[in-house]
Design a protein around this ligand. Structure first.
Ligand SMILES: *Cc1c(COP(=O)(O)O)cnc(C)c1O
Length: 340
């Protein structure tokens, strides 16, 4: 039986065409700035966002952590939602790498408001308080079930940042899902954030890599931090080529993943074992099972039916759609849910 792997959008296999692009990519030593394909990827991504420069990194954790380090001083405070990846899933990196503290906000499914940010900013003249210097937003929000920000809400947050001398960074691991779902543009985001991290290895289907975008001055600083973190790679064009291919060919198709997610959401809403489903906006589905049903048992039942997924806490399960989940697999998943 062919597995239907809904554990994460990181499990995709590079396509044949993507492998061919990797095979034929011109490469060089990227630490010397001599890898043509890496340079092309960094320029292409920067241009998409209307930003001056980009930096190719091995992971989205690294791009976020470099951003946090370059925007803060030890002892500063980072403001983010309590569900955010930078806080929940980066190994305490904010403390380890940047010696910064964190102020967590309780947003709406991972999304915070300008008023919440304004409220969280410490008084700079109070010596008791850490200096608030950076706000990190996540779009789409993973733990929020793949939900998206409205541009107006981000604009209001940026205004609060400007009024208070704060920097605004975007963890855009799944930003392209938001762009496709909300019909927004990368240029909108390039204008609103001081730095943006995008992942090529999630929904876009590349095997490795993320890009950090920002001003030429910031990215110069980021390049130094990447070296310190051990992220300076040599003939990295071989993987950057996959990222370039993905940016060109795999963005618009994200709409298909979103349609597939809606079909599965509809089946879950009819399922007697399911308590609630977070409203599906993109490629992530997070649902809560009824009180008497342990989520890990349902995960085991689904595995018997050929469907792989993860729990998210005791009562919640997450499904993620991606490039390698075909329409036929979606129909099989819907049929399996109907049998529960
Ligand atoms: C996956 C992800 C990242 C980066 O993860 P890596 O596995 O380090 O590439 C960052 N933020 C969010 C929201 C993510 O889902």
């Amino acid at each position: 039986m062919e597995w239907i792997d809904l554990r994460s959008d990181t499990v995709t296999q590079p396509t044949k065409a993507m492998k061919e692009a990797m095979w034929s990519a011109p490469v060089g030593d990227d630490v010397f700035g001599e890898d043509e394909t890496v340079n092309n990827l960094e320029k292409t991504a920067a241009k998409m966002f209307g930003m001056e420069a980009g930096l190719f990194c091995p992971s989205g954790t690294m791009t976020n952590q470099i951003a946090i380090k370059m925007h803060t001083q030890p002892g500063d405070e980072v403001i983010c939602d309590e569900l955010s990846h930078v806080y929940q899933y980066e190994g305490g990196g904010i403390a380890v790498n940047s010696a910064a503290s964190v102020q967590l906000l309780r947003g709406d499914r991972g999304r915070v408001t300008a008023a919440q940010v304004a409220e969280a900013i410490n008084n700079r003249d109070d010596v008791h308080k850490a200096i608030s210097s950076l706000v990190v937003l996540e779009n789409t929000s993973n733990r929020g079930g793949g939900c998206c920000y409205e541009l107006e809400d981000i604009k209001a947050i940026r205004q609060v940042c400007d009024e208070n001398n704060l920097i605004l960074h975007l963890d855009g691991a799944r930003l392209f899902n938001a762009l496709v779902a909300k019909q927004q543009t990368a240029l909108d985001y390039g204008q609103l954030f001081h730095s943006v991290s995008i992942c090529l290895s999630k929904g876009l289907g590349a095997p490795v890599g993320s890009v950090l975008l920002g001003s030429a001055e910031k990215i110069k600083k980021a390049r130094r931090i990447r070296k310190v973190f051990g992220g300076g790679m040599r003939q990295a064009g071989i993987i950057a080529a996959a990222g370039l291919y993905a940016l060109e060919h795999h963005v618009q198709r994200l709409a298909t993943d979103h349609e597939h997610a809606k079909l599965i959401e509809a089946a879950l809403l009819q399922c007697p074992l399911v308590e609630t489903v977070l409203p599906v906006e993109t490629n992530i589905i997070i649902f809560r099972v009824k009180e008497h049903i342990p989520a890990n048992e349902l995960v085991a039942t689904l595995k018997e039916k050929g469907i792989l997924c993860f729990t998210m806490g005791k009562q919640q399960i997450r499904f993620v759609l991606h490039l390698d989940v075909t329409e036929a697999m979606v129909h099989r998943t819907v049929a399996a849910i109907r049998q529960l």
